[in-house]
Structure formats: C-alpha cells, structure tokens
Design a protein around this ligand. Structure first.
Ligand code: G3H
Ligand code: ZN
Length: 284
C-alpha cells in the first residue's frame, strides 16, 4: 500500500533501523524496487529527483502516477518522495502528484540564503501536510562564500550549525555531510562515525545519508547504529541495471524486443534493492 514517508521514517527511528529510499528513473526502477522490498519483507521509499523529472521532458506526473500505482499494489508499505528539489514550481506540484514528502535542496547557497529558502519551503510544505527534508553542507568560511556541496568528498556538516539550522527552518529531517558522495560507482566511501553520533546527539530530527551507493555494507550498518534513519540510494540501481543490459546485448546481438534487456535490467535492480533493504531492516 501507499503510505507516507513520515510514518516510515518515524517507525525506522523507533526501531533504530533505517528506511531505504531508492531513486527511480523509469517504471522498471519502481517495479524492481518494490519487488526487492517485497522479497526482503520491509518498507521502502520510491523517490523521484528533479533531474529525473528533467529527463521526462520536465513532466512529473507520468512517472509519479506510475510509481503511485506500483506503490498502491505493493505487498509492503511504500512511500513517494520528491528528491533534490531546487525549483519552486516543481516543489508545488508535489501534493497533487501523490508525494507525501519532499527534499528541498538549497545546500549550494550560502548559509543565510539556504536557511531563508528552506524555511519558506518548510512553511509551505507543512501547510500542505508534507514532510520535508533539507540539507546542510559545509558552510564556507567567508561571508557570501557558497557552501561546499554536502556531498563533495571531504565536506562535513557542523553539529552546532545543524542544530541551529533545524531549529530555525523547522524541517522534519536533515541530510548531512559525513563522508559519502553522490554517484560513486565503487563502494569505497569511509564515513565519519564520530560525526554521525555527534549530529544525532545534537539534533532531534532524523538524519539522512545521501550518496549511499558508494558506502560498503558494514559502513552502512554502522551509520544506522550511529543514528542515520533514511538511506538514499540511486547509482547502485543503475550500475546493476546497466551491467545486466550490457551483458544481455553482448550475448544476444540480435535482440530487438526491449523486454529482453529491460527484463534483465529490472531483475538486477530488484536484487540490489532487496539486498540493501534487508541490510537496513536487519538493524531493527
Ligand atoms: O538523493 C539521492 C541519493 O543521494 C543517491 O545517491 O546515486 O550516489 O546513491 P547515489
Ligand atoms: Zn542525494
């Protein structure tokens, strides 16, 4: 069934587990993630990023409606989340498109601008009944200097600054910079577990790990023990899908029906989603 992100994250926090949030690009991604979650017997979040919307000719509804239908018919609870939103126009489409939550991404702005934009987005989201996540990267040293993107390698979120940011913006969850970075193909990230614990102690909202594709299993489970409650995964699905498609087409150069290669791609994504979902749920 389709549920809300807020309830899945709250339940994960109570269990000291984490809910995996997978980025979907195609219908097959949504089907694969839900099949993997069903095999693992645990809930998941399907998330659509602003970049995925751009790929679909700037239109949110076609993929959103497909994902909502997949979620409604799932045997496990599934929520829909709009990810890495910078456009106010896209943000405002979230409720009608079936999303219960959004991640508002102004982390590239200087601190004061990030805070002002995020507070306005949070006020709007709460009036609409949406759960909202925001991001605080590493703030630059000089006034007016842009923040270091939260997922630049080496970026770190400061606990005292994060505490003030959450209090002043009113967000429901915070994406933090603790050593992961987006779009890693190899699983070689090393997380700052001491910082995760200090952030968890300083904040009374759930912590979100982005760029989790590059994080090895033992580092992920340690991060959940330390206080990470939502784990965002995108690239790992695409590595699995593309590898399977490449192998199929190499084996069968005469293949023309897309179901042949989309089918193996979907199956490979399902196994990846199952493994990660089972890993995070295992911390409960
Ligand atoms: O918001 C999405 C995630 O941070 C995905 O990052 O593609 O590196 O797993 P990833
Ligand atoms: Zn991200």
């Amino acid at each position: 069934p389709l549920v809300t992100t807020g309830e899945l994250v709250a339940r994960a926090a109570t269990d000291r587990a984490a809910v995996p949030a997978f980025n979907i690009i195609t219908l097959e991604h949504a089907e694969a993630v839900v099949a993997g979650a069903e095999a693992a017997g645990a809930p998941v979040v399907l998330q659509v990023s602003e970049n995925a919307v751009k790929f679909h000719h700037g239109r949110l509804l076609p993929l959103a409606r497909a994902a909502a239908a997949v979620a409604e018919q799932a045997a496990v609870p599934v929520a829909l989340h709009l990810d890495h939103v910078q456009s106010d126009d896209l943000l405002r489409q979230a409720p009608d498109a079936g999303f219960s939550s959004v991640m508002y991404d102004a982390a590239h702005l200087p601190y004061a601008d990030n805070l002002a934009a995020t507070r306005a987005a949070a006020d709007w989201a709460h009036a609409e009944g949406l759960w909202i996540e925001a991001e605080l990267g590493q703030v630059g040293g000089k006034p007016g200097q842009p923040a270091l993107d939260a997922h630049a390698p080496g970026a770190r979120t400061d606990p005292a600054e994060a505490r003030a940011f959450v209090a002043d913006s009113g967000v429901d969850a915070l994406a933090v910079a603790v050593g992961s970075s987006h779009a890693m193909i190899t699983r070689t990230a090393v997380l700052d577990h001491g910082l995760i614990e200090r952030l968890a102690a300083a904040l009374d909202v759930p912590l979100v790990l982005h760029g989790s594709s590059g994080v090895p299993d033992d580092e992920l489970t340690a991060a959940v023990t330390g206080g990470i409650t939502k784990v965002n995964v995108g690239t790992a699905l695409n590595v699995a899908m593309t590898g399977a498609v490449r192998d199929l087409l190499a084996d069968r150069p005469d293949a023309v029906d897309p179901r042949a290669y989309l089918g193996v791609g979907r199956e490979a994504m399902a196994r990846t989603a199952e493994r990660i979902t089972a890993l995070l749920r295992a911390r409960a």
